[in-house]
Design a protein around this ligand. Structure first.
Ligand code: CMP
Length: 515
């Protein structure tokens, strides 16, 4: 009997409260959300609506319980609370459908904070009208109670300040989600503009919470933003060079090095450049300025640029500056230089002995050739020879690995990898044709380079080397043709034999050597 009463009372309360609408609205919103792409912030809102729907049902059940127990005043209080929770749940569900389903479908860009404010105001109206439906005039109570107004006003002062500031930020779009900003000592990406705060995620994986009212008063630098230009941010990479080296030489070298081969995240326009920043007591201060296209990898990109600078200067035998207080003792330096020269020479003679091509030379011949060798270090990704360009050097690899690539339409196809002990760049020197391939450093590479004249005069003095060079040359030529034309092994062999005799004849003819 008792349970029958409870069920009847609950049924009455639920139908009076229009709970079917509340629950139905929430379920409809959930269903539509499932069919739409997930948006940020939707979870929090649907959780809010779920809570309110649950609260509404709970309060309605409690009110029915109070009715059965004949506690009328409690039943009517709970009834009102259930009605308010139900009205708020309906507002939440309608908000979800309107903003997160319909507007998202239409791709209308209504700031999140504005959506929250609209839902908040609708919620307030729902509370006031539900209460007045039950005979309670909330607006009058709030207006006539000075103390209540003061307390609420004071409590809301900061929150309202933040809310208005957040709204202003989103409406004038001065700071947007996804922007990289610098506020006080914090720099990072804006991940969220909430109604109370703006969250910035730094590169150190921290999230800095800045109240919106602070943000509107502070100086905010938006990184990489310039009207009408793509998002890119200028960076400075400093280095010092002994001022005895002409700045024009340093600037030209370094500018070419950073422009020559694209670096990831470095914009092509404006192109990177090198400038002389200052002249100090014993050194000149330079900077490479480049535009970073992705704000996140700032230090790694600086590091690649710095490495390029380092290797370029090393190749040109331009040392980075030594501290100004270093003392030069002339006598010592001369001796030291001599020692260093002897060391370097024997090192190069040793290097020549490691290369197949020069193994047959006598020590004296190698020593003579060593005088024409120059150190040429390259960093990973740098181009050592470019297909189609005029040749000036023969390269001997001492350390590291290079990739030999030929252009195949717009693609670059690798035809070989060469390592320590190999040489390259001989084809153009021997035939006078442009470079047949582009050679790129696959890792940091140490090369010695021999100038064209020294190589040619060596061949003239040692005609027996022509045969060996012709062999390598024919092998490589055949490799290039085989890659281009996709030859099978049989055809490859035939072509190799033809190339070998043809090249030997041509080399001998070119250098006027006996046939
Ligand atoms: P050169 O044409 O002067 O410049 C590019 C160099 O790449 C070329 O000389 C050769 O030394 C080298 N090269 C070209 N094709 C090959 C290949 N198939 N295998 C190995 N090295 C090659």
């Amino acid at each position: 009997m008792m349970s029958r009463n409870v069920i009847d009372a609950l049924w009455n309360v639920l139908s009076e409260q229009g709970s079917a609408w509340v629950v139905g609205g929430f379920l409809l919103a959930l269903l539509l959300l499932r069919l739409s792409p997930a948006l940020a912030g939707v979870r929090a809102r649907s959780r809010g609506a779920l809570l309110l729907t649950g609260l509404h049902l709970l309060l309605a059940a409690a009110s029915a319980g109070a009715l059965v127990l004949r506690n009328k005043s409690m039943a009517s209080d709970l009834h009102l609370a259930a009605a308010i929770a139900g009205a708020l749940s309906l507002v939440g569900s309608i908000g979800l459908i309107a903003f997160d389903v319909l507007l998202a479908r239409l791709r209308a860009n209504v700031p999140r904070i504005l959506q929250d404010v609209i839902i908040g105001i609708a919620g307030l109206i729902a509370i006031v009208s539900t209460a007045s439906h039950a005979g309670i005039n909330l607006t009058q109570i709030v207006a006539t109670s000075a103390v209540l107004t003061a307390v609420v006003g004071l409590a809301l002062q900061d929150t309202l300040g933040n809310l208005v500031a957040g709204l202003a930020l989103q409406l004038d779009r001065s700071v947007r989600v996804g922007d990289w900003v610098k506020v006080q000592e914090f720099a990072g990406r804006v991940s969220e503009i909430h109604w109370r705060y703006t969250a910035i995620e730094t590169r150190n994986w921290e999230t800095v919470i800045i109240p919106n009212s602070v943000l509107t008063k502070a100086h905010v630098t938006v990184l990489g933003r310039r009207t009408g230009e793509p998002q890119q941010w200028r960076r400075w990479v400093y280095f010092n060079v002994d001022f005895r080296f002409p700045p024009s030489q340093v600037i030209d070298l370094v500018t070419a090095a950073v422009r020559d081969q694209p670096i990831e995240f470095v914009a092509a326009r404006p192109a990177p450049n090198c400038v002389l920043m200052d002249l100090h007591e014993s050194y000149a201060r330079y900077a490479v300025r480049y535009w970073l296209t992705d704000m996140a990898p700032d230090d790694p990109t600086d590091s690649i640029v710095r490495t390029r600078i380092f290797f370029t200067l090393q190749r040109a035998a331009i040392p980075l500056s030594i501290p100004a207080h270093a003392i030069f003792v002339t006598q010592d330096t001369l001796e030291r230089r001599h020692e260093k020269q002897v060391e370097a020479d024997s090192d190069r003679i040793e290097a020549l002995a490691q290369v197949d091509l020069f193994r047959g030379l006598s020590h004296a011949e190698r020593a003579e050739l060593a005088g024409h060798l120059q150190q040429a270090p390259f960093t990973r990704g740098e181009v050592l020879t470019r297909q189609g360009k005029v040749a000036h050097h023969l390269y001997l690899i001492r350390k590291g690995c290079v990739s030999v690539r030929v252009a195949d339409g717009s693609l670059q196809r690798e035809v070989a990898q060469l390592r320590a002990g190999d040489f390259f760049g001989e084809m153009s020197l021997l035939t006078g044709e442009p470079r047949s391939a582009t050679v790129v450093a696959a890792e940091d590479v140490e090369c010695l380079r021999l100038d064209a004249d020294a190589f040619r005069s060596l061949l003239q003095r040692r005609p027996d080397m022509a045969e060996q060079v012709a062999k390598v040359l024919a092998e490589r030529r055949t490799g290039l043709v085989a890659t281009r034309e996709g030859l099978d092994e049989e055809k490859r062999k035939q072509l190799l034999a033809t190339h070998e005799s043809d090249l030997l004849g041509r080399i001998r003819g070119f250098f006027g050597l006996a046939q």
